[in-house]
Write a protein that binds this ligand. Structure first.
Ligand code: GDP
Ligand code: MG
Length: 308
């Protein structure tokens, strides 16, 4: 079986092509890192979703290093770039908690939000599975009542992960489902509640108001709930994901991010922009559709996988 690291490495292959291989291509055969080459690099790095600020700082570092020696081999440029990205991602990373699964409050309520199709339900299944593997009792709540298929999908995943589920009919009040779940977990002594939500509603209803309501209703059962609000963003949508963070943060106070679909995308560089611009920690990354394809986000390991 492929290790976590191998999985990450193969998932990031296309991102590596855009970010690392194209930098090698741009500097190969150049005797020095002159301004023309640096401009070429700037274009390459921005196209790889590294973001403007990070690109500018990286170029400044390369310029500084290039001044120190005559030749700039692709190897020295790449080594400098790797060192820089590792430094930046590690210092920017506000990933405060080393073990997400060692939560103390009980029941620990996690609300999962995000626009349609980003991978919320899949991420919940993966998370539920991880908690269960660590011996925790889990209840998932199908509070995406907008689509009939949504709770069915969660039900199938819950069975696969071997965890309990609370669901209701399509069109029912999602806040009521969330309320029932938290109350039931409290009564039964369930350790973790994970609430799935809709990413799209009928045109007349407002998704953010709905999210606020779900959150508020749960806090009536347990004052601190939800303890964690995870926003799921899809790496393949690039900069769009960053805007979603703003909107959801204003409504429900996002505490952590999950960046999905990092496997096979060329847009993995977005993770650098996310860490630069947002003060919200990336907790997990999704690297596939399977139940084991969720990894805690480790900045150093991420850069390592990108450059290997
Ligand atoms: N390749 C890949 N696909 C994913 C990942 N996470 C979710 N998906 C797929 O994205 C699609 C939408 O996922 P779903 O969980 O239903 O999204 P939701 O609408 O936010 O609940 C499904 O086909 C998932 O299999 C991931 O990390 N990698
Ligand atoms: Mg869903």
């Amino acid at each position: 079986m492929a290790s976590f690291f191998d999985k990450l490495k193969s998932g990031l292959r296309k991102t590596k092509q855009g970010l690392v291989d194209s930098v090698v291509y741009a500097v190969t055969g150049k005797a020095r890192l002159d301004e023309t080459t640096l401009e070429e690099l700037e274009t390459t790095l921005i196209a790889a979703d590294l973001g403007y600020d990070l690109t500018t700082d990286l170029l400044a570092r390369l310029r500084e290093r290039a001044g120190l020696r005559e030749a700039s081999s692709p190897q020295t440029v790449i080594a400098c770039m790797k060192e820089f990205l590792q430094e930046r991602l590690t210092t920017q990373s506000t990933n405060g908690r080393s073990d997400f699964f060692a939560s103390l409050q009980q029941p620990y309520v996690i609300m999962v939000v995000g626009v349609n199709g980003v991978g919320k339900t899949t991420t919940i299944a993966k998370l539920a599975n991880r908690f269960r593997e660590r011996g925790r009792s889990v209840l998932v709540a199908a509070a995406d009542t907008f689509r009939a298929a949504a709770s069915e999908q969660l039900d199938i995943w819950a069975q696969r992960a071997g965890v309990a589920i609370i669901r209701t009919q399509q069109g029912a009040d999602p806040a009521a489902v969330a309320f029932d779940a938290v109350q039931s977990a409290k009564a039964r002594g369930t350790e973790v509640v994970i609430v799935d939500t809709a990413g799209r509603l009928h045109t007349k209803s407002n998704l953010m108001e709905e999210m606020k309501k779900i959150s508020r209703v749960m806090s009536r059962v347990i004052a601190e709930a939800p303890h964690e609000v995870l926003l799921v963003i899809d790496a393949t949508t690039g900069q769009n994901g960053l805007r979603q963070v703003e909107v959801f943060s204003q409504a429900v106070g996002v505490t952590g991010l999950v960046v999905t679909k990092l496997d096979g995308t060329a847009k993995g560089g977005i993770i650098f922009s996310i860490q630069e611009k947002l003060k919200i920690p990336v907790r997990f990354i999704g690297v596939g559709e399977g139940i084991d394809d969720l990894q805690p986000f480790d900045p150093a390991q991420f850069v390592e996988a990108l450059f290997e």
